[in-house]
Design a protein around this ligand. Structure first.
Ligand SMILES: [Zn+2]
Length: 204
């Protein structure tokens, strides 16, 4: 998998916190601003600053999946399952990172979906548009976790390669927690591609 991480370390500033009631519980929501304009949030529950490993989801924004009920991917299902898992444990953190479309942006994701409508898979579509398969930068998440006092995480992901990516970004991952939800006829091929080309471990 090709990757493209900017050489300059991102700078992220904590701004403010509030309560966020959800169907699964009342989370604390913490807002962060990244120099350069993007805004990120962390939802937390319980005492996460006690040094014990924290159940965490580092969720990259997917407007279509998270907010528009898209069945082209599994993002919305993973977001919901992660919030539910954190609520069931009574302790955890969900980082909502504004790196839409694996970092290529919303409009480019629409261009990529159009190519997929014509037969390309998700990796081929990004490459046809001239983007690496994954442009996400998880160093932003490290800054956010540091601010929240989290030193070790149990990460909810189906992507074993993400663990290495997170560790390279300076995040201490002590375990992977699978998050297998949301397979449907519309995202079947997408999930197979993620398994075959991006190393995801997914149920069938
Ligand atoms: Zn998605």
């Amino acid at each position: 998998m090709s990757s493209h991480i900017p050489p300059v370390e991102p700078v992220v500033h904590y701004v403010a916190s509030c309560q966020l009631p959800t169907p699964w519980g009342v989370f604390a929501m913490h807002g962060f601003e990244e120099e350069g304009g993007r805004e990120h949030v962390a939802l937390t529950l319980g005492d996460i600053g006690d040094g014990e490993p924290v159940l965490a989801r580092l969720h990259s924004e997917c407007l279509t999946g998270d907010a528009l009920f898209s069945l082209r991917c599994d993002c919305g299902f993973q977001l919901e399952a992660a919030m539910q898992a954190i609520a069931e444990e009574g302790r955890g953190a969900l980082l909502y990172l504004r790196q839409e479309g694996r970092g290529i942006g919303l409009i480019n994701k629409i261009r990529a979906y159009k190519l997929q409508d014509g037969g390309a898979d998700t990796v081929e579509a990004n490459e046809q548009l001239g983007f690496p398969a994954d442009m996400r930068d998880f160093r932003i998440a490290r800054h956010m976790l540091n601010h929240l006092g989290v030193s070790k995480v149990r990460v909810m992901t189906n992507n074993p390669r993400k663990l290495a990516t997170l560790q390279n970004a300076g995040i201490d991952v002590v375990a992977r927690v699978p998050l297998e939800v949301g397979r449907n006829p519309h995202n079947d091929r997408y999930l197979d591609t993620k398994a075959a080309k991006l190393g995801h471990m997914l149920f069938k």
